[in-house]
Design a protein around this ligand. Sequence first.
Ligand code: CO
Length: 128
Amino acid sequence: MRLDHVGVATQDAVSLAEQYVSLFDADLVHEEAFQGMNVCFLDLGNAYLELLEPTGEETTIGRYLAENGPGMHHVAFVTDDIEDALANARAEGVSLVDEEPRAGAWGHTVAFLHPRDTGGVLVEYVEH
Ligand code: CO
């Protein structure tokens, strides 16, 4: 499975995007308001960075930032068949955050695995 993106929680996605564009020679390829977040995708050529800025404190990312501060939030792997990937994870005994795939940003279909069963890493499967 190929790395798709690393998700980063931030209070200011636009400023962080500007810095990352300069530091990493990345291209800002997508911006979207999505489910309580302003989301920016930066294209690195072989993977993306997804910057997640909450639109309020009572949002998933808002609560995450309040507890953990800014930083790496999740790692996403791309799959051609998210149903199959999720079934495999379930068969491996991994706890699922999303029992079924759901709509994600940028028109993708996503499902998250619980970090307690993946080495403490919040893992996202994404199907483009
Ligand atoms: Co993501």
